[in-house]
Structure formats: C-alpha cells, structure tokens
Design a protein around this ligand. Structure first.
Ligand code: HEM
Length: 486
C-alpha cells in the first residue's frame, strides 16, 4: 500500500530533489555525470529482468493451504500429513510449457502444476503437470525434446517439422500426444484442470515400510476445456486469460480447490506389474490401484507482487521431507539435478532464502556467503562440521529408506517397449465427438509438416494404437491409409 505524504528517496534512503528533470549544464545540457540519481535509475532499470524459466516461462501463482482429510499415517510419516484436519500453508504456480514469458495462455500445451508446501519439517515441492504422463521417459532426451517445442534457430519461428520428426522417432510420446491433442489439451482456465505428480514417488511410514505412490489433484471446479478455435481466438483477444481468471476468482472470494488423492502400489508389485511403474509415459490402472483421498488444497490469497513471489518462486521435485522419497524413474532422477541448477542460474545461489522460497521451518546449515546474502548469514555461529562447538547435527532417523539395487552400469534401455496399448485404450475411451475433435486437432497440427515421411511414420504409431485412429489421421491428411500389417 502506498502511504500518503511520503517523500521519494534514492535506493539508499536519501530524499530526491527532482525526479522529472536530469541535471544538465543549462537547459540544453549536456547531462552531468554527477546526477547519481539518474545513473542509478537507468542502471537499475537495465537489470530488472532475470532470465525467464527455460520451460514453463509463462505462469500465474497463488497462496493457499492444504488440509488433511483422511488418515494416511500407515503409509507415510510426513509430519504435514500426520493428522486429519491439519493445515499447511502453500504456494502454487500454474504455467504453460513451451511459450515465452508473455506468450498466450490459451494454447495447446501441457500446464504446469507446481505446489510448494511450507511444512514444519521444511518445504515439500510437488512439481507436476495437468497430465498423468509425459512425452519421454529418460532425462537425457529432455533438452532435444524441448528444442523441438521452441523456435527454429534460423527462422526464430515455431517448427512443426521438428515437433513431429521428434515425436514420430520417439514413439514413447504417443500417449501424451494423444492427451495433448484431445479436448484436455487446452484447459479453459487453470482452475478447471486436474494436477498430477506424473512420476512415482515413495512414501515411507514410521516403521520404515514403503509404498510407491502417484498423486492426483482433482479439480472441484470441474473439468472445462476450450476447442482449438476458442483457444486461438482467446489467444488474440486476451493472451493472459488464465492469469486473469485465477487472479479475479481469488479476488472475488471464489477460492479454487482441489482434492488430493494417491494411488498406492505395494513395493513388490513393481517387479511384476504389466507396465513398468517408473515409466512416466504410462499410467497405473485405477482398477488395479484405486484413488485414495488424502486432503484438500484451497487457493485463497493472491500474490502482492508478481516478481517477488511468482517469478522468484523456485520449485524442485527434489525438495522432499522425511516420509517422502524419490523412485528410480529415470526422468525424475534427471529432474533432481535440473531444477536447483536452473534456480542458481536464474535467481541466484541463495534463492532458497528469498521470502517466497524460505521454509517456515527453522534452517540450520553450514552453507555461508554467496551473492545476495540478505539475511544475517548465520552470524557468528559455527560454520563447519565436524565441530566441537555443539553445532547442528545430522539425524540418522531422517535418512531416506535404504533399498537394494542391482545391475550393470551401462546406458540401458527400458525393458518394456509397448507404447501403443495405453494410447489405444485412451482413444477407445473417447466418445464419437471427442474422437472427431482429436483427429481434427492432429490433422490441423500435422498439415504444416513438409515431409510426408514424417507424417507417415507418425500415422503408423496412431495405427498401432488403434487402426481406426491411424486411418482417420491418414485420411484427414490425404495420405494413403496404412496397411493392416502391424
Ligand atoms: C520447470 C527441467 C520434466 C514440470 C522446469 C525448469 C527446468 C525443467 C529447468 C525451469 C525451472 C526454473 O527455472 O525455475 C526439466 C527436465 C525434465 C523435466 C530436465 C526431464 C528430465 C518435467 C516433468 C514435469 C515437469 C515430467 C511434470 C510432471 C515442470 C513444472 C515447471 C518446470 C511444473 C514449472 C515450475 C514453476 O512453476 O516454477 N523444468 N523438466 N517437468 N517443470 Fe520441468
């Protein structure tokens, strides 16, 4: 809030005499270098931007809380999930993936769904999407995949040739491509979509017993989507439609909420389940592992300052609390490095200490110094370990649960290569109208691809998922229908 009758100061607090006219030699100048207020204004302005996120650059955020509604203590010792009725403050950032900061909200793209729980045992970040699966399943392919989603290095234009070349040569993407091209590919707003961890995590209870879990946030607002035409029109009319919708809903007291459920898989099932449970291109059937309620997330407060809170927020799937561990999912493992590395580059080595990222739990580390250390930096307290000064000590009971591993160190492919069953099942689940829109969206997206070879390769994948799926895309593109041979 701006208070009345304050006088303007420099960043160092001294009163400013004139904020409208540079100090010049006479009315025609030249401008004097001794006008340090002018120099500071210009120099600070040049440094107003931090690098935008390399993916998920456009987003909107809100504060809220999580309330436990069901007892899950037999599965996890996470303190914030320890009691029914317990509330934990949180911050959420929703985003699109491929566009730049400033790009339109209503595009066909997955939506990021990142939640930071400020728990009493430190922050817990759940950094998911609005889709239960992903395009690839090994982190080593991520930079190449994202290159195809971004701009061509020469033309600086979006490049459908690269998009479909990569997807057609990476059939593990078929499931996510089918979701992306379906009605769910353009949510009507950030409030009208579900959220998923996508990855498998491990929950561990007080006795050290573990289970594999996947998270599902179900929107209480209901699912609402935009058609391709509506999305395109809105992108022109109001490129910030999702951002505006979220802000206004909260401002009007219409607080959006989601129910959190988990699917729980006994550890031993991972060896025998018909899909690799750590393969992020696959879902677990809800018939095999039904949804179990955990709690409710409500967003009830807008950020006061977008840059301080939304732009400087740093989420990482490796920010975990006791009782929640990672799984061997190869994508998740790569993400454990990528995020905080991005934060050190984008926000700085001490990004964790910024108000939006700072845990509400006490922090006792031996890390010191670094750029922009704006708290007391540990004062004169002990700054190394081991020490005989009674400094903070590790607590072995908080080690992640040990688990056995085996194998030969090598660049190893997944054992299972069925990319078609789940994509086909999804296609067969769609109604007649939903299929028609799916095909129309795919045909519209593939038409600009110059190479028939790429189109034919991709059509084969649709065909293998379901012959009708492949045939209809081929017909839409005016290409020969694939042979019945699989
Ligand atoms: C943002 C890397 C896969 C969800 C980011 C950022 C990086 C990144 C570097 C920007 C972080 C920042 O500057 O703050 C990767 C890599 C992946 C991967 C290397 C694969 C190996 C995924 C998957 C999901 C996901 C599978 C969802 C299940 C998100 C979200 C954000 C994000 C939601 C935005 C977080 C925010 O709002 O600040 N990713 N990503 N990413 N990623 Fe990933």
């Amino acid at each position: 809030m701006t208070k009345k009758n304050q006088h303007l100061t420099t960043s160092w607090g001294a009163p400013v005499g004139d904020n409208q006219h540079s100090m010049t030699a006479g009315s025609r100048g030249p401008t004097l270098i001794q006008d340090v207020h002018l120099l500071e204004k210009l120099a600070h302005f040049n440094r107003e931007r931090v690098p935008e996120r390399v993916v998920h650059a456009k987003g909107a955020g809100a504060h809220g809380y999580f309330e436990v509604t069901k007892d899950v203590t037999s599965y996890t010792k996470a303190a914030f999930l320890s009691d029914v009725g317990k509330r934990t403050p949180l911050f959420v950032r929703f985003s699109t993936v491929a566009g730049e900061n400033g790009s339109a909200d209503s595009v066909r793209d997955p939506r990021g769904f990142a939640v930071k729980f400020y728990t009493e045992e430190g922050n817990y970040d759940l950094v998911g999407n609005n889709t239960p699966v992903f395009f690839i399943r090994d982190a080593i392919k991520f930079p190449d995949f994202i290159h195809t989603q971004k701009r061509h290095p020469a033309t600086h234009l979006k490049n459908p040739n690269a998009v479909w070349d990569f997807w057609s040569l990476s059939p593990e993407s078929l499931h996510q491509v089918t979701i992306l091209m379906s009605d769910r590919g353009i949510p009507a707003t950030y409030r009208h979509m579900h959220g998923f961890s996508s990855h498998t995590f491990k929950w561990v209870n007080e006795d050290g017993d573990g289970v594999w879990v996947k998270y599902h946030f179900k929107t209480e607002q209901g699912i609402k989507n935009l058609t391709e035409e509506m999305g395109q029109r809105l992108a022109g009319e109001n490129p910030d439609s999702h951002t505006e919708d979220l802000y206004n809903a909260i401002e009007n007291g219409d607080y959006p909420a989601w129910r959190l459920y988990v699917q729980i898989m006994p550890l031993e099932d991972a060896d025998t389940y018909r899909f690799d449970p750590f393969d992020v291109t696959k879902v677990w059937s809800q018939k095999d592992y039904p949804l179990q309620e955990v709690g409710r997330m409500v967003l009830d407060r807008n950020p006061e300052n977008y840059f301080a809170e939304v732009e400087q927020a740093t989420f990482s799937p490796g920010t975990l609390v006791p009782g929640i561990d990672v799984s061997p999912d190869k994508m998740l493992q790569g993400r454990l490095f990528a995020y905080h590395d991005a934060h050190r580059y984008r926000v700085g080595a001490n990004h964790q200490a910024l108000p939006i990222n700072r845990p509400k739990a006490d922090v006792h580390t031996y890390q010191r110094d670094g750029q922009m250390r704006f708290d007391n930096n540990g004062g004169g307290s002990v700054y190394y370990e081991p020490n005989s000064l009674n400094g903070p000590k590790e607590s072995p009971q908080h080690k992640p649960a040990a688990y056995p591993v085996s194998g030969v160190a090598d660049s190893v492919a997944y054992d299972q290569d069925d990319h078609y069953t789940q994509a086909g099942d999804l296609y067969r689940l769609l109604t007649k109208d939903e299929r028609t829109r799916l095909i129309s969206n795919i045909v519209g997206a593939m038409k600009p691809v110059e190479s028939d070879e790429i189109k034919r390769r991709q059509i084969q994948h649709f065909y293998k998922a379901d012959p009708e799926y492949g045939i209809r895309v081929a017909e839409g593109l005016g290409l020969s229908v694939p042979s019945k041979r699989k």
